[in-house]
Ligand binder design. Structure first.
Ligand code: GLN
Length: 331
């Protein structure tokens, strides 16, 4: 589609790109009908399955947004990216990775099976629930508030305001958490938890219940795309090595048991959550011709109708389309 030079700074190119993205959102909104909103956390079932929104933030301050961009939703599993980053900042990458592996599971995000069968002393990766709960136990602090304060500090630096916890979702999740509690007890029994089980689970449910928007997710993606630096201020928000490790994990483990397919057919680091959010990013690329966001971008998507693995169905299709149109793949 995109030929010749695309300079997002000219009004004409902006309008033209905006029109394309609007068209794609309109087209892929139909795919929301093929999915279902998550119901295992009852409050999530109240989401509108037809919602679809996207925000793309470039390094030059350029923002393209389309669809249902104003919907506030809970961050869910995308919080695992943030707690992993904070745990690495507090403890060091090698400390964290000595305790949680970096291998995809090929199993559902909340699978218990692999904990027993393969890796007795190390959950597979920080983005499945077992690994994420272990990471949350490593966060410094005596209670959930102390543990989450640095996560909120990090988010505030990235998105420019201090997000809040959706108490209704937190409560709903806490009340229907048998499987996560089972994982927690298993981790406790194998000696993997570094803080009290009750505190760890409360922190985990709270981190999943942080409210966010596609704009916020795009900002998170942009900082990661830029190896942890804020492109405007050049401030280091996430240390480079941690940003890079996080991106590798997003590429290999970010989309649950659809990660291999997403890496193959879309080719960019991404992390999804069961509320329907996806954070994705494209690093700067060298191409024989110009494409939009050639200097890299962060992308936030929201579409609560999910495929069977728990990823936004229309969101994934939209990302796949944009990645192919703009040659975003890192490969
Ligand atoms: N809070 C959810 C859970 O632990 C998060 C899962 C997800 O987004 N995949 O079950």
């Amino acid at each position: 589609m995109v030929q010749g030079t695309v300079n997002l700074n000219t009004q004409l190119d902006r309008e033209w790109i905006q029109e394309y993205v609007d068209d794609w959102v309109r087209f892929y909104r139909k795919a929301t009908k093929e999915g279902k909103v998550a119901t295992y956390i009852p409050v999530l079932a109240e989401a509108n399955p037809e919602h679809l929104g996207i925000s793309i933030h470039g390094k030059n301050g350029m923002v393209i947004s389309s669809g249902d961009v104003d919907v506030v939703f809970t961050i869910q599993s995308i919080s695992k990216v943030l707690t992993f980053i904070v745990a690495c900042m507090e403890r060091g990458v090698s400390y964290v990775l000595d305790r949680v592996d970096v291998e995809p599971t090929g199993e559902a995000f909340n699978s218990i099976m692999h904990l027993e069968m393969k890796s007795l002393n190390k959950p597979f990766n920080p983005f499945v629930n077992a690994g994420a709960i272990t990471v949350t136990s490593m966060l410094e602090g005596k209670n959930s508030q102390e543990k989450l304060n640095p996560v909120f500090d990090l988010l505030e630096k990235i998105v420019g305001y201090r997000p809040i916890i959706n108490q209704q979702v937190f409560k709903s999740e806490d009340e229907t958490s048998a499987r996560n509690r089972a994982i927690g007890y298993y981790l406790l029994e194998t000696g993997l938890l570094e803080s009290d089980l009750g505190v760890t689970l409360e922190t985990y449910f709270k981190q999943c219940s942080i409210e966010t928007t596609v704009n916020d997710l795009a900002r998170i993606g942009l900082i990661l795309a830029n190896d942890g630096l804020d492109p405007e201020s050049e401030e280091e928000i996430i240390p480079r090595q941690i940003a890079r490790t996080t991106k590798a994990l997003m590429l290999t483990c970010g989309m649950y048991d659809a990660s291999g397919k997403f890496a193959t057919y879309v080719g960019i680091p991404a992390k999804s959550g069961v509320s329907g959010g996806i954070v994705a990013l494209a690093p700067p690329r060298v191409r024989p011709m110009q494409f939009p966001f050639i200097d890299g971008c962060g992308i936030g998507v929201y579409g609560p109708a999910l495929e069977d693995r728990g990823n936004s169905i229309a969101g994934m299709k939209l990302l796949k389309h944009i990645a192919s149109q703009w040659d975003l793949s890192i490969f």
